[in-house]
Design a binder for this molecule. Structure first.
Ligand SMILES: C[S@@+](CC[C@H](N)C(=O)[O-])C[C@H]1O[C@@H](n2cnc3c(N)ncnc32)[C@H](O)[C@@H]1O
Length: 193
């Protein structure tokens, strides 16, 4: 179990889930992608390597330090920004695509965060929220997550509530899909501005 936890941390440097998330979001070269709760940048780096203009938003100084180091090694294609989704330090209508991988359930105020994403997105911008389903018994880490992070289950995003929150923030074309990525259950919430 400990090994699963350790490998999930090293995975966060470059995981199949992040590559899948970027494939689903399908940002085109030159488009502006906002990676919300970017961590050490696994999604940001994949997108930047595809010629996408990336802003990585990350509140944790520790995560940003790792991300900035990786960004420097990659010759700095990513704009690393300190801040949280509830107050995004960007102007209105500048983002084409926003993604958040395993970050949505951490937000302090999801309605406020979604309203902020809506504000910074261009009209017809696309939003993709990817959440591993740690509550599912199919997930190899469900037992470990519930044992080590007892609060994690309380944070799990209810799909119906999320749809309401997206609609409340002004998004349209909401969808929620369950997928399997690298043998693990995942939920994908998508919407358009
Ligand atoms: C499980 S990590 C996922 C990191 C990265 N997206 C990945 O796929 O490896 C969750 C991230 O969400 C960030 N986070 C927590 N609260 C946040 C908030 N209110 N706004 C933006 N990001 C937040 C954390 O600092 C952390 O880096």
């Amino acid at each position: 179990m400990l090994w699963q936890m350790v490998s999930s941390i090293t995975d966060s440097f470059d995981s199949a889930l992040n590559r899948w998330a970027v494939d689903i979001a399908d940002p085109k070269p030159g488009e502006h992608l906002l990676d919300i709760g970017a961590g050490v940048g696994p999604s940001s780096l994949v997108a930047a390597h595809r010629g996408v203009q990336v802003t990585a938003l990350e509140p944790s100084r520790f995560m940003r330090a790792g991300l900035s180091l990786r960004n420097r090694i990659a010759n700095g294609p990513i704009r690393v920004v300190a801040g949280s989704v509830e107050s995004i330090p960007l102007q209105n209508e500048v983002v084409d695509v926003a993604i958040a991988v395993n970050s949505f359930h951490h937000w302090q105020d999801r309605s406020k965060g979604l309203a902020e994403i809506h504000r910074v997105m261009k009209p017809a911008g696309r939003l993709y929220l990817v959440e591993e389903d740690f509550d599912s018994e199919q997930h190899s880490m469900s037992e470990a997550m519930n044992r080590f992070f007892s609060s994690h289950q309380e944070l799990a995003v209810d799909p119906l509530v999320a749809q309401d929150e997206l609609a409340g923030a002004g998004f349209s074309s909401m969808d929620m899909r369950s997928e399997t990525v690298a043998d693990e259950p995942v939920r994908l919430f998508s919407a358009r501005r």
